[in-house]
Write a protein that binds this ligand. Structure first.
Ligand SMILES: NC(=O)c1ccc[n+]([C@@H]2O[C@H](COP(=O)([O-])OP(=O)(O)OC[C@H]3O[C@@H](n4cnc5c(N)ncnc54)[C@H](O)[C@@H]3O)[C@@H](O)[C@H]2O)c1
Length: 333
């Protein structure tokens, strides 16, 4: 089928290669003509070093590339999803499959990105969320990876599954867009915190504690917002949390490591050199938690460190000093 991928960062490029490898006619769209020119000249993305971009992958900076496409992937940073989707409205044919591959919650509105895309494209095209433990650097090299396609219904999710699925890229379907998107956005906050622990030289026990209790608070929020519990233990939940908190490919973790070592936050973000979604997600987590009336102590301290100048070295002691409680919300109630 004819496909386009919008956003030629690491993730957009890796997904374009998956589609191309599956025999689809694929165009990769860059936000600027300058970026498009570099990709055309080098036939390699600076975010995916050593991965050649085949000649049959069309490269453009013209959004008209989405006209006549059957499937369009949005893989820009989360802050650019609304403006990109808005430009699509008059170019898409009704019924085009839209795949939301960015991870985040919209700042200001706290909307999930599939909701933002639906709002801007007028609801004439179904939106499927693609998420899971999937570093672009590994997908680009064809390393076996598994993700979920979360659709508004099973049939639509299956169409996206069929487009992406290969021997190297396994896709499971689900109908839980809420859980998939909340987990995808909030694991970046926990990854930032995990990086901070690594940067401060904390122990493995402490990191396991953070990841497990981090997942517990993501679960609390997701379920309060209408997610299925199964999503939490699936690829988009625990799967993505593990990879993001443990891998050096994770820019959120890398940013956290720098913060944990005492590098000032703006400098840490600058040094990472790519979008650090966890910084935006920490602010959104706070808003969503307040709206849903759930407690998210880890996301809260992440916000205080990122936005209120709190000293990161004081955080572990404070979290450890919280009142004792049951591990499960519902027990002893
Ligand atoms: N890198 C990964 O492994 C990975 C995996 C899964 C999901 N994601 C998600 O995909 C999204 C993109 O991540 P990435 O790693 O490709 O980022 P990146 O930093 O590699 O690239 C971002 C790209 O967005 C472009 N851009 C900047 N401003 C823009 C705008 N206003 N409109 C359109 N495009 C703009 C930049 O030119 C750049 O090419 C993020 O939400 C991220 O969380 C990334």
């Amino acid at each position: 089928m004819k496909t386009a991928v919008l956003g030629s960062g690491g993730w957009g490029t890796a997904l374009a290669l998956v589609l191309l490898d599956n025999g689809h006619e694929t165009t990769l769209w860059s936000y600027t003509e300058e970026k498009n020119k570099i990709l055309k000249e080098k036939r390699e993305s600076p975010m995916l070093k050593g991965v050649a971009l085949p000649e049959k992958l069309a490269l453009t900076a013209d959004l008209d590339c989405v006209r006549d496409c059957e499937l369009v992937v949005l893989a820009t940073p989360s802050f650019a999803v609304r403006e990109t989707a808005a430009k699509l409205k008059d170019r898409l044919k009704p019924g085009t499959l839209l795949v939301s591959a960015s991870k985040g919650i919209e700042r200001g509105t706290s909307l999930r990105l599939s909701e933002v895309i639906e709002e801007e494209t007028g609801g004439t095209c179904p939106v499927v969320v693609l998420s899971g433990p999937s570093h672009a650097e590994e997908v680009g090299r064809g390393i076996p990876t598994g993700v979920v396609a979360a659709g508004p219904d099973e049939e639509t999710a299956r169409r996206v599954q069929a487009a992406f699925m290969s021997r190297r890229f396994r896709v499971y379907t689900t109908d839980d867009r809420i859980g998939t998107e909340i987990c995808a956005a909030l694991k970046n906050v926990i990854a930032l915190c995990a990086g901070c622990l690594d940067g401060m030289g904390a122990g493995d026990n402490t990191k396991a504690l953070l990841m497990t209790r981090g997942m517990a608070e993501i679960a609390r929020l997701s379920v309060a917002l209408g997610a299925r519990r199964e999503t939490i233990t699936g690829l988009a939940g625990v799967g993505d949390l593990i990879v993001t908190c443990c891998s050096m490919h994770s820019r959120n973790r890398r940013c956290g490591i720098l913060i944990g070592r005492g590098v000032p936050i703006p400098e840490a973000i600058e040094q990472v050199g790519a979008v650090v979604e966890g910084c935006y997600a920490a602010a959104n987590a706070r808003t969503l938690a307040a709206k849903a009336g759930v407690e998210m102590p880890i996301a809260q301290v992440a916000y205080e460190v990122l936005y209120e100048g709190r000293d990161v070295t004081t955080v572990v002691t404070d979290l450890m000093g919280r009142a004792g409680r049951s591990e499960y919300e519902e027990s002893w109630a």
